[in-house]
Ligand binder design. Structure first.
Ligand code: GDD
Ligand code: MG
Length: 364
């Protein structure tokens, strides 16, 4: 006797953004492909989605679209079937969802999962879909709480969980509850978004649905959640995955204080901890200290250098005595001996900073 096939959940992954806040890291690589805890960021999202029964994902791409198919192909290596839909010019989040929906195979009443491509979340996607279906909602939004809601979509709800307003990046947030960037749409609702136009789900579709009286539901929870859109958050995400604060089926090694990729050489006299990643063939010399950082492939951290909460690009070199905290060093750049680069410094790819070119003074 044949088993009843499981209803297959389809998903749309929004990955068309330029990731401007992550420059220079995103000059050559889209944000969702940046190496995070040893694999492209999206590998964590794909593996999680799969663990909740998603089998088919449509990528909504625009910026450097071809790099996604090069990285993930048809998805078979991940136990997924992947499709790619590309916008010639970016259509915004709503336009991208509408465009990608042409590649869905499900019927009008089926739930479709939609994911922002820069989110790490520990929430129960299966439960979110089940609530959506039980309440027959038009859309169900995952909600989380943050300290500063003004940088996100602020989402008040009533006592039944119904969303009463959607206020994108408002200077006057009415609640700390925000849009966490994971939606369940009823397929037919996606089809009401105008095709081929620039549309923002946050500024147009959601407020419009609410105004029209459609049931937009909130799914609030307090599990791990992070938008990795800034360098600080990106490093934190990698660190949290390595430390096991968020479990990921895609982590290429055991959780712990450090993840060393194949060929990495960490001298016994070096101190590497705090959930750092040491890239393939990268070298950390004796006396160097690395904490909570992402070291790219083939980079070198020389003796006595100190790297904290930072990203060091592929093939970059940090010379003896240099101090980096909360810094991004682009691919192939060299930070000469004795430089002190602190919070927010960005070294562009290929730049060579001579010895002691930049020092920090608290005497401002
Ligand atoms: N295909 C496509 N086309 N994708 C796009 C486009 C586009 O024109 N514009 C943005 N995206 C993708 C981005 O790649 C990202 O994965 C997602 O849509 C959200 O864009 P962000 O640029 O990261 O938006 P945000 O972080 O400022 O705000 C969004 O996420 C917050 C949660 O992290 C909003 O959805 C907020 O409401 C939300 O709170
Ligand atoms: Mg974002």
């Amino acid at each position: 006797m044949m088993e009843t096939p499981l209803p297959e959940l389809e998903a749309i992954l929004l990955v068309g953004g330029q990731g401007t806040r992550l420059r220079p890291l995103t000059l050559g690589t889209p944000k969702p492909l940046l190496p995070t805890a040893g694999v492209p960021f999206l590998a964590h999202q794909l593996a999680r989605a799969r663990s909740f029964g998603v089998r088919r994902i449509v990528f909504a791409t625009s910026y450097r679209a071809e790099m996604f198919s090069e990285a993930f192909g048809d998805g078979s290596a991940f136990g997924l079937s992947l499709e790619y839909m590309t916008e010639e010019t970016p259509l915004g989040t709503g336009g991208a969802i509408r465009n990608a929906a042409d590649a869905l195979t499900c019927g009008p009443d089926a739930p479709v999962l939609v994911l922002n491509g820069d989110i790490l979340s520990g929430h129960d996607i299966g439960d979110q879909v089940a609530r959506h279906t039980a309440r027959q909602a038009a859309v169900t939004l995952h909600l989380t709480e943050v300290e500063d809601p003004s940088r996100f979509g602020c989402v008040p709800t009533d006592e039944d969980g119904r969303v009463t307003a959607f206020l994108e990046k408002t200077p006057n947030p009415v609640t700390n509850r925000i849009n966490a960037g994971c939606y369940v749409f009823t397929r037919s609702v996606i089809d009401t978004i105008p095709a081929g136009e620039v549309v923002s789900v946050e500024r147009e579709t959601f407020p419009g649905l609410i105004e029209d009286g459609a049931l937009v539901l909130g799914y609030a929870d307090a599990s791990y959640w992070l938008d990795v859109g800034t360098p600080g958050a990106f490093v934190q995400g990698s660190r949290d995955l390595v430390l096991g604060r968020l479990a990921s089926p895609a982590l290429p090694g055991p959780t712990g204080d450090l993840l060393a990729l194949p060929g990495a050489v960490v001298d016994a006299g070096a101190k590497v901890d705090g959930g750092s990643v040491v890239g393939a063939r990268a070298v950390v010399e004796a006396g160097a200290q690395v904490s909570g950082s992402v070291l790219g492939d083939d980079c070198v951290i020389r003796a006595g250098a100190s790297v904290t909460d930072s990203v060091v690009g592929i093939g970059a070199r940090i010379e003896p005595g240099a101090v980096l905290r909360d810094v991004v060093v682009g691919d192939g750049a060299v930070v000469g001996p004795g430089n002190e680069l602190l919070a927010g410094s960005r070294v562009w790819p290929g730049i060579v900073l001579p010895e002691c070119a930049i020092r920090f003074s608290s005497d401002r």
